[in-house]
Design a protein around this ligand. Structure first.
Ligand SMILES: *Cc1c(COP(=O)(O)O)cnc(C)c1O
Length: 387
């Protein structure tokens, strides 16, 4: 987007270092552990596992790699189906294609914007009648808000289908006091540059299954069989995280709780300043859940606010403010146009509605108060504010 202002750029969500990262990075240099293994990797895995309350974790090169490993561990292959949230980043579903399996997309429900338990139940019921249950269900926790894990877990248990919790955006969030990412057979996190904490690029696969995580570690290191020479009986990947980046991750994890607090404050400020405007609705927070508010998201009713999301994004862009549409649902993407999709209700596709009306505002924990006021004032000027 072309900006016509000399104002400093405000990013949607940019990396926010604490300073401690360098201590761990220096340790890596001093000990010459410049490899995709080493003490920072081991400790970062332990620290993440402790933080979310699971027994096992393996640090990998991206969140996408973590999902891919989870699908490999569940033996997802050609001819298999995998259910996946539709309203998400494409990385949630790409690994299904890497495994030559077939995705089926599930709509959102309005209270969390995440996977609709009723659409999921219908999809599972039909799959069960056809005798072809999915090998896994990938449940995404959008923008930090946990999906309705009670209902989703219950229906998946009933049909005995394992859950992979895509918690790439929800590290630091909780559902009924339990950490986001810890609900499924597997959980995954991302430490991409725009996430709540970052290693510049990286991810983590977590689980309570020790053997499976050991297997993941083996697969992520080119599947080297124990032998004095190079011996392989399986196809692996080169997916491990470097010891330098794990050092960045350790420094970041120390400030995760602070980052969550700050993002929640940013959300609250937007809410205070904008919620009264007719036609604006903020992304809800389900009772008994605590979102990390990775991104503040809201919907605009174009008739009431007098402006479309696209026009508003243009105005913000000209002010050098980076905002974004809500994810375009995967079932609407051209490459997935033949893919099966289950909507929330027969005549109600929640994810399509959220895509049409949703906007994500700059939410980085390093945004200053002045910068946030710049965004808020720009929004107030652009939206029809009745006084
Ligand atoms: C960022 C993200 C991913 C992928 O993580 P990478 O580390 O970028 O591979 C997966 N799912 C969701 C929902 C994400 O937001």
């Amino acid at each position: 987007m072309i900006n016509t202002t000399s104002k400093k750029r405000i990013f949607l969500s940019s990396p926010h270092m604490s300073g401690n990262e360098l201590k761990y990075v220096n340790e890596a240099f001093e000990s010459n552990w410049i490899a995709p293994l080493g003490p920072n990797v081991d400790l970062f895995e332990k620290e993440i596992a402790n933080y979310v309350g699971v027994s096992e974790a393996v640090a990998v090169s991206s969140g996408t790699a973590a999902i891919h490993l989870a699908l490999s561990l569940l033996d997802v292959k050609k001819g298999d189906k995998v259910f996946c949230s539709s309203l998400t980043f494409i990385a949630s579903a790409n690994p299904i294609i890497y495994q030559s399996a077939e995705p089926v997309f599930i709509d959102s429900e309005p209270e969390t914007w995440n996977m609709s338990p009723q659409a999921l139940e219908l999809a599972l019921k039909e799959a069960s009648i056809e005798g072809k249950l999915p090998k896994a269900v990938i449940v995404v926790n959008l923008y930090g808000q946990s999906a309705k894990m009670d209902e989703i877990t219950k229906v998946c248990k009933f049909y005995e289908v394992p859950i992979i919790e895509d918690a790439a955006e929800s590290l630091g969030s909780t559902f009924k006091g339990k950490a986001s990412g810890s609900f499924g057979e597997f959980g995954i996190f991302s430490f991409n540059g725009n996430k709540i904490i970052t290693t510049s690029g990286g991810g983590m696969l977590i689980s309570n299954h020790k053997e499976l995580i050991n297997k993941a570690r083996f697969l992520a290191t080119q599947a080297k069989d124990p032998a004095p020479h190079y011996e392989h009986s399986e196809i692996g990947f080169n997916y491990r995280m470097s010891n330098i980046l794990a050092g960045v991750g350790r420094g970041q994890l120390e400030v995760l709780d602070e980052r969550v607090l700050k993002r929640r404050l940013i959300f609250n400020k937007y809410f205070q300043e904008l919620a009264y405007i007719p036609g604006i609705k903020f992304m809800p927070e389900l009772e008994d859940t605590r979102s990390n508010r990775w991104l503040t998201a809201l919907t605009l009713n174009e008739i009431e606010t007098g402006i479309s999301v696209t026009s508003l994004l243009n105005i913000l862009g000209k002010e050098n403010i980076e905002a974004r549409h809500v994810w375009k649902p995967l079932h609407l993407q051209r490459i997935f146009k033949e893919t099966k999709y289950y909507s929330h209700q027969e005549n109600e596709s929640v994810s399509e509605q959220l895509f049409k009306t949703g906007i994500c505002l700059p939410s980085g924990s390093n945004i200053t108060e002045n910068e946030q006021m710049r965004i808020i004032n720009c929004l107030k000027d652009s939206l029809k504010v009745k006084v």
